[in-house]
Unconditional design. Structure first.
Length: 368
């Protein structure tokens, strides 16, 4: 994040984004931790409460980005004389969350209790990996951990090919297609809100966009905490997942409808109601992530393979997320520059939505 604030060229931005992908492996670790400390009776509740940090980030992040960007212009009395802030207008907006992340890392390093009882040192891990090309646990397992892990033999290595079973591949494919649709829609949504009305967008300023997404962050956290466990218990995770993925279709349809109304009548109450409705559908679409994490955990061949299964799924999603925003941004820009292809971006978004919806039909029907 500090490097992102110091970025001055497009090349540096690409390098920084690549580093972000390489160094951000915490997502699959968190999902593995949740799976290790829960069982089938409280899985849904745990994943629902895990949305609280995302809600906080969704609220605070846009506010930081919207209010601390370009501080020399926004706060001239404080930063007006700073040449550094004028040269790097986004450094402050990046430095604040980066500092917070550093503090959180220190707290976790000092106080977090390991959930995997049968663990290895890093040196032993690399020795085993170099010798067998697999992830291997230590041989000592206490009785309590043995009962938790079922009949897994802790002395047997977990080889990569052992997790390449149909259940894992289907779950990972759903995670990948969901992530592609989600990041394509989110990228387009930001561009759409900031682009002038006559060019196909809505023409909102950064502060208003930041406030909108802060409200969405609050709504998303509340909805996940209070409604996801109920919906999961009543309908099952596949029904919730499919319906959440299907929310992407009306979200995509809303883009041209909102712009057409804004061109004719301006930012009227009707336009704002459609924007709110589109954002509300996005909140519902986020339920799909909680469901797909549960499918991935359930697909692991053994409980000891949770880390490898989550890591494999995250690897596939990381690959998808490298080109998803680029394709969404490129098709949106191309559609603006070439009126003949004005619908190209929406065709691409529709493709990602129907791909995710079709892949969801391959998931098993059992409840977790």
């Amino acid at each position: 994040m500090f490097l992102l604030g110091l970025t001055g060229t497009f090349r540096d931005l690409i390098i920084n984004r690549a580093l972000h992908g390489v160094l951000s492996g915490n997502s699959c670790v968190i999902k593995s931790i949740l799976a290790e400390i829960t069982d089938t009776t409280n899985f849904a509740q745990a994943y629902a409460y895990s949305s609280i940090p995302w809600m906080a980030g969704g609220i605070i992040g846009p506010l930081i980005g919207g209010r601390l960007a370009q501080p020399a212009d926004r706060f001239p009395n404080i930063f007006g004389g700073s040449e550094f802030m004028k040269s790097y207008p986004y450094f402050l907006a990046c430095a604040v969350p980066a500092t917070f992340s550093a503090i959180v890392w220190l707290v976790m390093h000092l106080f977090f209790k390991e959930t995997l009882l049968n663990k290895q040192t890093m040196c032993q891990f690399f020795k085993d990996f170099r010798r067998s090309g697999s992830w291997q646990s230590t041989d000592s397992v206490d009785n309590e951990h043995s009962s938790t892990q079922g009949k897994d033999d802790a002395s047997n290595p977990i080889r990569i090919r052992s997790i390449l079973v149909p259940s894992v591949i289907v779950a990972a494919a759903n995670y990948a297609t969901l992530a592609l649709m989600d990041i394509a829609i989110r990228s387009t949504q930001l561009l759409f809100l900031a682009t002038p009305v006559d060019m196909g967008g809505l023409g909102l300023d950064p502060l208003r966009i930041g406030n909108l997404f802060s409200v969405v962050g609050i709504a998303n956290g509340i909805f996940q905490i209070f409604f996801f466990p109920l919906l999961h218990a009543r309908l099952g995770k596949k029904a919730v997942y499919v319906s959440s993925v299907a929310s992407g279709i009306p979200i995509i349809i809303a883009f041209p409808v909102i712009n057409a109304l804004a061109r004719r009548r301006g930012l009227t109450t009707t336009v704002w109601l459609l924007v709110v409705g589109q954002l509300a559908l996005g909140v519902n679409m986020n339920l799909a992530f909680a469901c797909v994490f549960m499918f991935i955990a359930a697909a692991a061949p053994t409980r000891r393979a949770l880390g490898a299964t989550n890591g494999f799924s995250q690897m596939i999603v990381s690959i998808v997320r490298t080109f998803g925003p680029a394709l969404a941004g490129a098709t949106f820009s191309f559609s603006i520059q070439h009126p003949r292809f004005a619908w190209l971006n929406y065709y691409f978004l529709s493709f990602t939505a129907f791909l995710a919806l079709g892949t969801s039909l391959l998931l098993p029907h059992q409840r977790l």
